[in-house]
Design a protein around this ligand. Structure first.
Ligand code: ADE
Ligand code: ZN
Length: 324
């Protein structure tokens, strides 16, 4: 099965570029920028990756991202991920970035987006990995701050396919961002949102009805609401599931309890993704393998997951056809 997974062409639809920041590269960039990380070594940093909930992870993830300062830093970060994507037989990837994590530290929006885009261009040319970019708003910040970020994205309207919503879910429901998502849709952006990771099924309803999202990121807790499951199935709304993330953040206690197989059995359009692979112990193939082992998935399941990933991508029908 391991070989089957390695050879299976896939799309990745839920990947935070800041979450692909491996400790080795973090130390290298910190040194280059003459910054000191609060850890003595790569090993000590990795040992700190013990989380009992989403917020534990977010605190360390934002601290790590603080060493990113130059266009070259964002290029190097993105290029390192694209090489991993290539090794994982990812033919197409849709990458989140969190501009507010950087602009709030005085790093210009333009430098962040151009560093990432340069690497994506090289990824297409040199690795044959196609890509789209999704700009995520941090939901623990205000809607006003999201509006400012949306305005900064204006010059890049044709380079950024969608807006998303991430960070601390509980207490920050989708409704908080309805106006800025309305404006983003009017500007021509597609929309996605993290929902039902730690937050309740109502947040998934909020993302669908209030933010008109095309996909739900995570959505695990949708299973608590039968009417919601019926809607997700009927409309074939893609869910971007991240198994190792769910385990590391204790959204599930054991991989054997993961809802992915139940979701497939209920006819939901499920995809498998890595979320923040540098922090959660694996890229996309490791995620496929972990659920395959724990849930006894067969080749038909895996084929369906990979097919779903291309069908759920923000590609034109003729582009999708190349992969299906
Ligand atoms: N930002 C990066 N990874 C995230 C996750 N899994 N949930 C919410 N926000 C995030
Ligand atoms: Zn995520």
């Amino acid at each position: 099965m391991e070989q089957f997974i390695k050879n299976l062409p896939k799309a990745e639809l839920h990947l935070h570029i800041e979450g692909s920041f491996e400790p080795e590269l973090m130390f290298k960039i910190a040194e280059r920028n003459q910054l000191k990380l609060p850890y003595a070594s790569v090993e000590e940093l990795r040992n700190a990756y013990q989380f009992t909930q989403l917020q534990d992870f977010l605190d360390i993830y934002y601290a790590g991202a603080n060493v990113l300062q130059t266009r070259q830093d964002f290029y190097d970060l993105t290029w390192a991920y694209l090489q991993k994507a290539y090794d994982n037989k990812i033919l197409h990837t849709e990458i989140f970035f969190d501009p507010q994590t950087h602009t709030s530290r005085g790093v210009p929006f333009q430098l962040v987006v151009e560093g990432i885009m340069d690497a994506l261009t090289d990824g297409r040319k040199e690795l044959g990995v196609s890509s789209n970019l999704i700009m995520s708003f941090l939901r623990h910040l205000s809607e006003e701050s999201a509006f400012e970020t949306l305005n900064e994205a204006l010059p890049y309207r044709d380079k950024i396919i969608a807006v998303g919503l991430d960070s601390s879910e509980k207490g920050n429901p989708p409704e908080k961002f309805e106006r800025v998502f309305d404006k983003a849709r009017k500007m021509g952006f597609l929309t996605v949102a993290h929902a039902g990771e730690e937050g309740p099924a109502e947040y998934v309803w909020g993302a669908l009805q209030g933010l008109s999202v095309s996909r739900i990121d995570h959505g695990n807790r949708s299973l608590e609401d039968n009417d919601l499951v019926a809607l997700l199935s009927e409309e074939q709304v893609p869910l971007t599931i991240c198994p190792l993330s769910n385990l590391k953040l204790q959204v599930v206690k054991d991989m054997a309890d993961h809802p992915l197989k139940t979701m497939l059995d209920k006819g939901l359009k499920v995809t498998v993704n890595s979320d923040d692979p540098a922090y959660f112990g694996g890229y996309v193939n490791e995620n496929y393998l972990a659920v395959t082992k724990a849930l006894e998935l067969n080749k038909d399941h895996l084929y369906r997951l990979a097919r779903n990933s291309f069908e759920s991508a923000f590609l034109l029908p003729e582009e999708k056809q190349r992969y299906l």
